[in-house]
Ligand binder design. Structure first.
Ligand SMILES: [Mg+2]
Length: 191
């Protein structure tokens, strides 16, 4: 099976690292969990937001040092590593910054994968179609819909989160399946 996985908000706890970076760069401790995709913009000015992203993009270690999502413990990382031998895993992310691809591959190796394939792209639908993905999971509704539209054969899952709850019903109507975590998606796919 060809399996596509988003990283942040699915396998990685981006929100915690982002909130820590915001505090380090601006002194602001913004509330979590996020209630919308751009929730931080309620508290940050354009200049502060730019400063935070500049730090992330210039820091060659930011993506290496993110914690796993709380739902993915060591046993599930081992399961993903085992899956490399029987399935094709593709990690699709639009992480910006210096050597983001290398950092993400390094991070996946640190979690036990041997030879991870990371694709840095915002065109997730077209990539899913080109790869012939059987299934795909993302926490961003727009990317789920992008894959649904461009790659009709791919079974698409939304990783549920407080910041995408408002869009969940619309995604169900578009034949996207909400799941509480990546584990549920892997179980449903019989992986
Ligand atoms: Mg994501």
């Amino acid at each position: 099976m060809k399996v596509g996985l988003d990283i942040d908000g699915v396998l990685a706890d981006f929100v915690s690292a982002f909130v820590e970076t915001i505090e380090a760069e601006t002194g602001l401790r913004i509330p979590v969990p996020p209630t919308s995709w751009d929730w931080h913009r309620h508290w940050l000015s354009d200049e502060q937001d730019a400063r935070v992203w500049h730090h992330i993009e210039e820091n060659a270690g930011f993506w290496c040092n993110i914690a796993s999502d709380a739902s993915v413990g060591p046993a599930r990382w081992a399961q993903l590593a085992d899956m490399e031998w029987g399935h094709d895993l593709y990690f699709l992310t639009y992480r910006p910054g210096r050597v983001a691809k290398w950092q993400t591959e390094h991070w996946l190796r640190e979690h036990g994968l041997w030879n991870p394939t990371v694709l840095i792209t915002e065109h997730k639908g077209r990539v899913a179609k080109a790869l012939g993905l059987d299934c795909y999971i993302d926490d961003r509704p727009a990317y789920c819909l992008d894959v649904r539209r461009d790659s009709p054969e791919t079974r698409v899952y939304l990783r549920q989160a407080p910041y995408n709850r408002a869009e969940e019903l619309a995604l169900i109507a578009a034949d996207v399946t909400p799941v509480p975590d990546v584990i549920t998606m892997l179980d449903r796919e019989g992986l």
